[in-house]
Design a protein around this ligand. Structure first.
Ligand SMILES: [Zn+2]
Ligand SMILES: [Zn+2]
Length: 160
């Protein structure tokens, strides 16, 4: 219990909106709690889109995301007919991920928006839940926590 609290300071009682932004500030967003997910994805698509060893995602129903500014600056890269990645057209920060239809093999939730948690000012309203697509983790990237580690986005847990 205390382990989790120390690796991920969060505030489950949070009722204020969480604010987020891109690197240049052209895109500024707010998320209303409650979020419904907070996990770290190691899949190759996340790694390549963000240029990072893994991506921490939170998600909310679409109605809980507001653009304070810059909604028209967001560009979307569609990696498949069903999913797209939203980033700032000015600075390239990747902020958003959306599914537009059912049937994607990884079953992202339609009607929700995934938001890059690293672009949000802490504390988030939810504790980090664990790792997904852990079988795709880069071999040189250390992960030493005791959180659940799943194969793909399903519920199958990996050892370690
Ligand atoms: Zn920007
Ligand atoms: Zn991923």
């Amino acid at each position: 219990m205390s382990e989790r609290a120390s690796t991920s300071p969060t505030d489950p009682t949070r009722s204020a909106a969480m604010s987020g932004r891109c690197l240049c500030g052209a895109v500024q967003i707010e998320l209303d709690p409650p979020t419904d997910y907070f996990g770290i994805c190691h899949c190759r698509s996340c790694r390549l889109s963000h240029g990072a060893p893994c991506v921490a995602w939170t998600s909310v129903p679409l109605a809980q995301l507001r653009f304070l500014t810059g909604e028209d600056r967001v560009r979307w890269y569609r990696s498949s007919p069903l999913v797209r990645w939203g980033f700032c057209g000015e600075c390239g920060s990747h902020l958003l991920y959306r599914a537009d239809g059912e049937g994607h093999p990884e079953s992202p939730r339609v009607g929700h928006v995934y938001v890059s948690a690293a672009c949000l000012e802490p504390p988030l309203d939810r504790e980090l839940e664990g790792h997904v697509s852990f079988e795709e983790k880069l071999p040189w990237f250390p992960v030493a926590d005791s959180l659940p580690k799943q194969r793909g986005k399903g519920l199958e847990e990996l050892d370690g």
